[in-house]
Design a protein around this ligand. Structure first.
Ligand SMILES: Nc1nc2c(ncn2[C@@H]2O[C@H](COP(=O)(O)OP(=O)(O)O)[C@@H](O)[C@H]2O)c(=O)[nH]1
Ligand SMILES: [Mg+2]
Length: 340
C-alpha cells in the first residue's frame, strides 16, 4: 500500500484534497490509487440532492450536514456545478453558507466542475465520492442542479435521491418541468415558510398519486402540518413511495424529519435484495459509460491529428456520408483495445 493510500484511509484531509484534485483533472496514476482504495469503499450512504436553481439545495445541504454532524456522522459534500466555478453569485453564496461548516474536521467539502471530456463529470464525481467513502466519511451529499441528463446521471449514482422543490417559483412544479420528479426517493418542499408551500405539497401529492394509484388508499389524514413527515406506506408490490418532507433550510427546520425519511429509505433498500439490485444496476451503467469513454479516448489517440478535420470537408462536399466517414476512420486504426 502506498503512503498516499494509507493517508487517505486514515482520513487525512490534505491527502484527500490532493487526490480529489487529481481525480478532477484526470491526472496520471490516479487509476491505480482509486483501484487500491476501492476495496475500502461501499460503507458510505450517498445522498443525491437535486432540484431547480434557487430551490435552496445548498442551504439544505448545509443544514442537513449540521444535523448529521450532531448525530456524530462524518459528512462529505460534493457540489457539482456544470457552469463555471469561478463566476456567478450562487457560488459566492455557497462559499458564505459553507463557512458554517468550515473548521469542522468532520466535514469535507469539494465543488466539482466540468473539465475534460463528455461524461467526465459523472465519472469524476463517482470517483470523488469513493475517495470520501474510503476516507471514512459515512454520509456523502452530492448537490447537482437538476437541469440536464448529466445531473440526472450523477444522482443515479446515489443511494437516496432528494428532489428539492420550493413554492413561489411559478404555478408549475419545477421538478416536473425538469423531468426529475421520477428520480425522487424523497421529495423536499423547502421554503415551507413561504406562502404557497401547502399548494406545492398538494400538487406534488397529486402527481405522486397519479404515478402510484395504490398510494391514495393508505393515506393518513393529517397533512399540511408544517414539518410533518408523511407516514411511509409501501404498496402491496413493495414499491417505495417517496414521502414529502417540508423544510425551512435557512432556519434549520425540518432536518430531523428529513433524516428520518432518508433513514426509512435506507431501511427499505436494506430489505431483501433491493440494495444489491440497485448497486448492480448502478455498476452496470457505470461500466458501460467507462467502456464507451475509454474506448473512444483510446481510439481518438490512435488517429492522426488531422484525420477528423480532413473528413469534414469530404462530408460537406457529399463525397462521403457520416457513417462511411466513421468506417474509414476506424479502418485507419490498428484495433488493439486492450493496449493502454
Ligand atoms: N425563505 C426561505 N429562503 C430560503 C430557504 N432555503 C434557502 N433559502 C434562500 O433561497 C436562496 C437560494 O438558496 P440556495 O441554497 O443557493 O439554492 P440552490 O440554488 O438550490 O442551491 C438563498 O437566498 C437562500 O437563503 C428557506 O427555507 N426559506
Ligand atoms: Mg446551490
Amino acid at each position: 500500500m502506498t503512503v498516499q493510500v494509507e493517508a487517505i484511509l486514515r482520513g487525512e484531509r490534505r491527502a484527500v484534497a490532493r487526490l480529489l484534485t487529481s481525480v478532477e483533472n484526470g491526472r496520471e496514476g490516479v487509476d491505480e490509487t482509486l483501484a487500491a482504495l476501492f476495496p475500502h469503499t461501499g460503507r458510505a450512504w450517498v445522498i443525491g440532492v437535486t432540484g431547480s436553481p434557487g430551490t435552496g439545495k445548498s442551504t439544505l445541504v448545509n443544514a442537513l450536514t449540521q444535523a448529521y454532524r450532531r448525530q456524530g456522522h462524518l459528512v462529505g459534500i460534493l457540489a457539482v456545478d456544470p457552469t463555471s466555478p469561478f463566476t456567478g453569485g450562487a457560488i459566492l453564496g455557497d462559499r458564505i453558507r459553507m463557512r458554517d461548516l468550515a473548521g469542522d474536521s468532520g466535514v469535507f467539502i469539494r465543488s466539482m466542475a466540468t473539465r475534460g471530456s463528455l461524461g467526465g463529470l459523472s465519472k469524476a464525481t463517482r470517483d470523488a465520492a469513493r475517495v470520501l467513502d474510503a476516507a471514512g466519511f459515512d454520509i456523502i451529499l452530492i448537490e447537482t442542479v437538476g437541469a440536464g441528463q448529466n445531473e440526472v446521471d450523477i444522482v443515479r449514482a446515489a443511494h437516496t435521491t432528494l428532489v428539492v422543490e420550493a413554492p413561489g417559483m411559478g404555478d408549475e412544479v419545477q421538478a416536473i418541468k425538469a423531468g426529475i420528479l421520477e428520480i425522487a426517493d424523497v421529495l423536499v418542499v423547502n421554503k415551507a415558510d413561504r406562502p404557497g408551500a401547502a399548494q406545492t405539497v398538494r400538487a406534488l401529492r397529486t402527481m405522486l398519486e397519479l404515478g402510484h394509484p395504490t398510494r391514495q388508499a393508505g393515506m393518513v389524514g393529517h397533512h399540511g402540518r408544517l414539518m410533518a413527515v408523511e407516514t411511509q406506506l409501501a404498496a402491496d408490490d413493495g414499491m417505495w413511495l417517496p414521502p414529502i418532507v417540508e423544510t425551512v433550510a435557512s432556519d434549520n427546520q425540518g432536518m430531523d424529519g428529513l433524516i428520518t425519511a432518508i433513514g426509512q429509505h435506507r431501511q427499505f433498500l436494506s430489505q431483501g435484495e433491493r440494495r444489491s439490485a440497485l448497486e448492480q444496476g448502478q455498476f452496470s451503467i457505470e461500466i458501460q459509460e467507462r467502456l464507451r469513454d475509454t474506448l473512444m479516448e483510446r481510439l481518438l489517440r490512435q488517429l492522426p491529428a488531422d484525420a477528423l478535420d480532413g473528413m469534414m470537408g469530404r462530408i460537406q462536399s457529399r463525397e462521403i456520408d457520416p457513417q462511411g466517414a466513421v468506417e474509414t476512420l476506424l479502418s485507419q486504426i490498428i484495433f488493439t483495445p486492450l493496449a493502454p
